[in-house]
Design a protein around this ligand. Structure first.
Ligand code: 5GP
Length: 178
């Protein structure tokens, strides 16, 4: 089954997925992006870091199942990633791309992660973002939350352990009933 983990930036999707990998055997769908690589990231593991021209080639050659422009960069999932034979595939997507996939095909199971505004502002601050950036991200977060009801599963990431347990429960239940 293919699980899409989504939610506003800063809610902790990355940390949750890293933590899940300690308890669950799954394939993490590696997205393509035109964003520059951060120091701690590995090409081919965190993302495929490619140029804009390369990204546009993938789109034109119909190799992307979804893509979005987020901030100043492209992010997208190639069809190849989803043809992986693992029985559980997990995607980490922003809300627009996630919602489109979810609406297109019921083979995708969507999990919407959120936290309260106070906590979200703190996390964005801790990432070193300034007030005007945080204001923009909070506005975006509120727009993204309008899609929340389309998601079958909601996780409030106040505490990482509880969130991971909740997601494991969701996945185990679905895998058993499949
Ligand atoms: P970051 O630059 O912080 O790694 O990611 C920014 C946002 O892009 C995150 O919300 C992440 O979930 C999203 N994202 C990562 N890969 C993809 C993708 O393939 N498609 C879409 N639509 N969003 C993605």
């Amino acid at each position: 089954m293919i699980y899409i983990i989504t939610g506003p930036s800063g809610v902790g999707k990355n940390t949750i997925i890293n933590e899940l990998s300690k308890y669950l055997d799954f394939y993490f769908s590696v997205s393509h992006t035109t964003r520059p690589r951060r120091e701690n990231e590995i090409d081919g593991k965190d993302y495929y870091f490619i140029s804009e021209v390369e990204f546009e080639d993938l789109i034109n050659n119909d190799q992307m199942i979804e893509y979005e422009q987020y901030g100043d960069f492209y992010y997208g999932t190639s069809k190849d990633e989803l043809s992986n034979e693992a029985s559980i595939i997990i995607l980490d997507l922003e809300v627009n791309g996630a919602t489109k996939l979810l609406e297109e095909n019921n083979k995708f199971k969507g999990i919407f992660i959120d936290i309260d505004d106070y906590e979200l502002i703190n996390r964005l601050k801790n990432r070193g973002h300034d007030a005007s950036f945080i204001k923009k991200r909070m506005k975006l977060a509120n727009l993204q939350r309008e899609k929340k009801e389309l998601y079958q599963y909601h996780v409030d990431n106040e505490d990482i352990k509880t969130s991971v347990k909740q997601i494991l429960d969701i996945i185990y239940a679905l895998e058993e009933s499949w």
